[in-house]
Design a protein around this ligand. Structure first.
Ligand SMILES: N[C@@H](CCC(=O)N[C@@H](CS)C(=O)NCC(=O)O)C(=O)O
Length: 241
């Protein structure tokens, strides 16, 4: 997973027939979603890491907007993390991640859609960390209240029940990074433990999941990458130094 990130002027490595290839970037939360699904389902795959500031010319032939993740199989590609994740769950039906019940599956997709608001708020914060104030934190916590209430209502350690399911894996990358803002902005980032008791327990349980362990990085590492990106030269190969 931590091979060097290929950039402008690089050659795309030749692909193997019938083997899934994931174009990724080590610190991209959307790409991490796909690592999690592939690892949870124990599907063999290879990884090609891509430099997203000096993009290789060939990236656009695989992804119209030049974004990762991209999943490639026999010369054909899929992009958009949620679509790739659904494809993998449909295709590899052992160890299903979505609920079998279509109603429950639809409900989980609504929640995932709702999680985009959390993602947008986090991105807003990371763009201008100086602007974090009480109002911002309250807005964010109100969005997180929905996820705390849902976990409480389900009464299970994971949204997926006794083990992580698709919703767990789709929201995990941002939750893995949830201590990172504290490193960046200090005490202004404060999520009260009592208000998010179940989410905190969930976070602890997720860290013990085998698939999560495979791509897990400590917040200090995420922060280091974030600060390099913030300074204008993202250190994609940070883990290789
Ligand atoms: N909606 C996309 C978002 C993917 C995305 O934004 N990836 C970022 C890296 S984390 C990217 O490729 N950025 C490059 C760019 O925007 O040019 C998904 O869910 O896959």
């Amino acid at each position: 997973m931590s091979s060097a990130h290929l950039g402008l002027g690089s050659k795309c490595p030749p692909a193997h027939k019938c083997k899934l290839r994931l174009y990724s970037m080590r610190f991209c939360p959307y790409a991490q979603r796909i690592h999690l699904v592939l690892d949870a389902k124990k599907i063999p795959y290879e990884v090609v890491n891509v430099n997203l500031t000096q993009k290789p010319e060939w990236l656009y032939s695989k992804s119209p907007q030049g974004k990762v993740p991209v999943l490639e199989l026999d010369g054909d590609c899929l992009h958009e993390s949620a679509i790739i994740a659904d494809y993998l769950d449909d295709k590899y039906q052992h160890w299903p991640l979505h609920p079998r019940d279509p109603w429950k599956k639809a409900k989980d997709k609504l929640l995932l859609d709702q999680f985009n608001k959390v993602v947008c708020l986090l991105m807003r914060m990371l763009r201008s960390p100086r602007n974090i104030d009480k109002l911002f934190m309250e807005e964010l916590m109100e969005e997180l209240d929905v996820f705390e209430a849902e976990l409480t209502a389900r009464g299970t350690p994971f949204y997926g029940g006794s083990r992580p399911g698709m919703l767990d894996y789709m929201i995990w990358p941002w939750c893995e990074r949830s201590d990172m803002p504290r490193i960046v902005v200090g005490d202004r980032w404060n999520l009260p433990k009592e208000r998010f008791r179940h989410l905190m327990e969930w976070r602890g349980a997720m860290k013990d999941d085998e698939a999560v362990k495979k791509s897990f990085l400590e917040s200090s590492v995420h922060a280091k990458y974030f600060m390099s990106a913030q300074a204008g030269s993202p250190d994609y190969d940070l883990l290789l130094h």
